[in-house]
Design a protein around this ligand. Structure first.
Ligand code: AMP
Ligand code: MG
Length: 495
């Protein structure tokens, strides 16, 4: 690895400076034939970076890890994690590196991180590599979530390495440049706790407070206030997922951020027909991370966070445990509140009424029973307000349930129909990254054809505006996969 003279990144690496003990300095593998596959110009601008430099051979050399830009201090971060319920004390970045932190044009601190850049001291049995498909999948999902207004890490670039990597078959390798408000995870705290070094744990908590929740610094008990902020942030995040039909797929504690951004798009997927038991991950045999389990798993993970930092709440253990429990228990109420607020907006309710939960739950039971596409339903509903019920009728094979539910909904919708419909459409996407569309784009990209990827990214960048009506070729972007496809669908993790 060489170092470039003029850095195009203004790095300021607080994690390296302040959190010795929680990383290993490391270098990326050099690769022979890097080629840029996907680049996020909008994000580059936001980061104050020069897109034309990053697209040039010198820039691509930085994005693939061949060159360490001036000011970068590449490290592999240490973390632990509960994976599918079992604790691994030493996970860490096995195939990733934090290059450093930059301040974006809005004054926000962002991590610049490479994934798929070679083995690190945390690699265990892994090869340190990543394949083109999963890295482009992370690019697509992050951009889709961002456009949907869900807090998320984002991809700056995907660079093909020119190497073949061994998975079930040989696949072309790639490095993803990921941008995150930080890579602090529940698992980072678990790792600090395993060291039994209380000073380190406190240093980590104070670092996380300064970086993500500076408003709690002056609280009576900043550490419990910090925990409460994380619980609340995760309650909002998971409510957002539930509102749009997103299934993360691998909610291990190492894949849950302290910032509240969605991270690590492995076996994630959007649900087509509504079913709380939906799970797509090929390795999730028990359905632990099924759509309907996500709030409960979120709370379970937050309990693991409390266990890691409980000493910081009070010197008296009983008092500390009581404080932690009170906050943890509040997750349910917080989640239910955020979720219901989101569902009300989806249904065009402008205020809160007593019986709303029943209207929502009865609707969900109906969507489940009739296997109705979750995303399409809400747009068909607003369309019915505008006087066209044809799409809504077409979604329900058996109209009786819908006929019973509609008057209850209608009675709650007040005001000008066009205005309400527009408000509903502003929160109910037409376009989500449907599994078959994502797989199609990834398969073509793996074969060297990037056109489907580029079309899909364009569609997903503006998810709330219905386009392409009457355009045969494009209309499919708003439609679910054929049922036969979804029933056999599985995504694969960790590749
Ligand atoms: P993930 O399931 O992607 O969140 O990864 C879980 C853990 O496995 C993390 O510690 C990763 O760094 C590590 N890991 C996943 N794939 C590889 C790989 N190919 N080589 C080395 N480590 C890996
Ligand atoms: Mg992970």
């Amino acid at each position: 690895m060489t170092t470039v003279e003029r850095s195009h990144f203004a790095f300021d690496n607080t994690y390296v400076r302040e959190l010795g003990g929680l990383y290993e300095a490391w270098r990326a593998n050099e690769v022979a034939d890097p080629r840029l596959l996907a680049f996020n110009d909008e994000l580059a601008d936001e980061l104050g970076l020069d897109p034309s430099f990053l697209r040039s051979p010198d820039g691509v050399a930085v994005l693939v890890g061949n060159v360490v830009p001036e000011g970068a201090e590449p490290i592999a971060q240490a973390y632990s994690g509960h994976q599918f319920g079992g604790f691994s004390p030493r996970l860490g970045d096995g195939r990733a590196l934090l290059l450093g932190e930059v301040i974006d044009v809005h004054g926000r601190r962002r991590d610049i991180h490479l994934k798929g850049s070679g083995r690190t001291p945390f690699a265990r049995g892994g090869d340190g590599k990543a394949a083109i498909g999963p890295m482009l999948r992370e690019f697509i999902m992050g951009e889709a979530m961002h456009a949907l207004g869900v807090p998320t890490t984002r991809a700056l670039a995907v660079v093909a390495t020119g190497e073949s990597i061994a998975r079930e078959s040989l696949l072309p390798g790639a490095v993803l440049t990921r941008v995150a408000s930080s890579h602090l995870r529940v698992g980072t705290f678990q790792y600090a706790a395993t060291t039994h070094d209380r000073e380190l744990l406190k240093r980590l908590a104070d670092y996380a407070i300064a970086r993500h929740y500076p408003e709690v610094t002056g609280a009576n008990n900043p550490h419990i206030a910090f925990y409460e902020r994380v619980v609340d942030t995760q309650a909002t995040l998971i409510a957002r997922w539930m509102n749009i039909g997103f299934i993360h797929g691998v909610m291990n504690t190492d894949n849950m951020t302290i910032s509240g951004e969605t991270i690590d798009y492995g076996p994630c997927a959007f649900m087509d027909a509504f079913n709380p038991e939906t799970v797509f991950s090929s390795i999730d045999h028990q359905g632990r991370y099924a759509y309907g389990n996500q709030p409960m798993i979120g709370q379970w993970n937050l309990a693991r966070l409390a266990e890691a930092i409980v000493y910081l709440f009070d010197d008296d253990t009983d008092a500390a445990v009581k404080m932690a429990t009170d906050v943890l228990v509040s997750f349910n109420e917080r989640f239910n509140g955020y979720w219901l607020t989101g569902m009300r907006a989806k249904l065009g309710f402008r205020d809160a009424h007593e019986g709303d939960v029943e209207i929502v739950n009865d609707l969900l039971a109906l969507l489940h029973a009739e296997r109705v596409d979750f995303t399409s339903f809400f747009r068909a509903l607003s369309r019915s307000l505008r006087g066209d019920s044809s799409r809504l009728d077409a979604l329900f094979p058996n109209r009786l349930g819908l006929l019973a539910w509609m008057p209850r909904w209608r009675a709650r919708v007040s005001g000008d129909a066009g205005t309400v419909a527009a408000q509903m459409d502003s929160v109910n996407p037409v376009y989500v990254p449907r599994n078959h569309l994502v797989e199609e784009a990834l398969a073509a990209a793996t074969q060297g054809d990037l056109s489907a990827l580029s079309t899909l990214l364009d569609v997903l960048a503006d998810p709330f505006t219905e386009r392409f009506e009457g355009d045969e070729r494009m209309a499919r972007y708003a439609e679910p996969a054929p049922v036969e496809y979804t029933e056999g669908y599985a995504t694969f993790c960790g590749t």
